[in-house]
Design a protein. Structure first.
Length: 321
């Protein structure tokens, strides 16, 4: 396999460490092109892996389909691993398709309406709901004999496998699946007033502040509410403890009903525990318009706020544009 990794952040780095550990002799992973908008970050990851023969580096703009296609062809890539922020995922997905590559990602891109309607019907709040872009192209990929596997992280991904296993192997009927993502929300040595994003900053801004979605058959299907809805306190396993959780937009609520309705599924939600400082910061950023992808005029220059904010960029994990 000749692989192109798009996005050399913490997750991309972890993927490569695991692949190198599983295939130290290049028996099936012969070549990896590590791509990132920040070429220095890609070089850091390659140096850490310590195998110049197998791991090469290139700068790439993941929102430039033609540039990615050129690199794919130039390096004879046959598999594209998407570890970039979600706003680039559809473009990477298309570049893989058009060059005959297989593809995998850990999440998908969605586009909420400027003025979501909320309430029943995801189509009333989203121009492009989660996973729709990908599933709409299923037949085209199948006809070309290419494989695309989306949402293969921990959540979404592993939790979907757990739910399917429970439905087919453990339970006679499965009525509800509720994913609760928590942690101890602490970083050793951190100041109590620090803001802990936990993962890719732009992704946090996006999925937490977007209209959240749950699946409830009794309500008529997909039900959409404002950010931070559905707050609850939940006791996590020992070592983590009590977490306060809120609903956020996440792919499980659309992928679980797709595959588990046949086993009786009627409800699905996703909730995550967020640091109180982070919640406050997110609300402020949202009110100031600093999470929008629409260009704004700053001193005679057009910028896109989440990709230009010094504070946000400093906290990112190396795959910003």
């Amino acid at each position: 396999m000749r692989m192109m990794l798009v996005g050399a952040g913490a997750v991309g780095e972890s993927i490569l460490k695991i692949l190198q550990w599983r295939d130290p002799d290049s028996a099936w992973l012969s070549y990896v092109l590590i791509c990132d908008y920040d070429e220095k970050r890609a070089q850091e990851v390659a140096a850490m892996l310590g195998d110049e023969r197998r791991f090469a580096v290139s700068k790439v703009n993941a929102t430039d389909r033609e540039e990615m296609q050129r690199l794919i062809r130039e390096h004879h890539i046959d598999f594209v691993m998407d570890a970039a922020p979600p706003f680039a995922s559809n473009i990477i997905f298309d570049a893989a398709f058009e060059t005959g590559c297989n593809y995998a990602s850990m999440g998908t891109w969605s586009v909420p309406m400027e003025k979501p309607a909320y309430g029943l019907g995801i189509e009333n709040s989203y121009l492009e709901p989660m996973t729709k872009y990908n599933f709409d192209r299923h037949e085209a990929w199948r006809r070309k004999g290419q494989m695309a596997v989306i949402c293969i992280g921990i959540d979404p991904g592993v939790v979907n496998v757990f739910a399917k296993y429970a439905a087919t192997e453990l339970l006679d009927e499965i009525c509800e699946v509720h994913v609760k993502d928590g942690g101890n929300l602490s970083v050793p040595g951190a100041d109590p007033d620090d803001i802990m994003f936990g993962f890719n900053v732009w992704t946090v801004l996006d999925e937490v502040m977007n209209p959240n979605v749950e699946y409830d058959e009794d309500k008529g299907g997909f039900f959409v509410e404002k950010a931070f809805a559905g707050q609850e306190t939940f006791e996590m396993p020992e070592g983590v403890g009590c977490n306060t959780l809120v609903k956020v937009e996440h792919e499980e609520v659309v992928t679980l009903p797709r595959y588990l309705k046949q086993y009786g599924l009627k409800k699905a939600t996703f909730k995550i525990s967020l640091d109180e400082n982070l919640i406050t910061a997110l609300k402020v950023l949202d009110r100031l318009g600093l999470r929008s992808l629409h260009p704004v005029q700053v001193g005679g220059v057009q910028v896109v706020a989440p990709r230009c904010s010094g504070g946000v960029r400093a906290a990112a994990e190396g795959h910003w544009q």
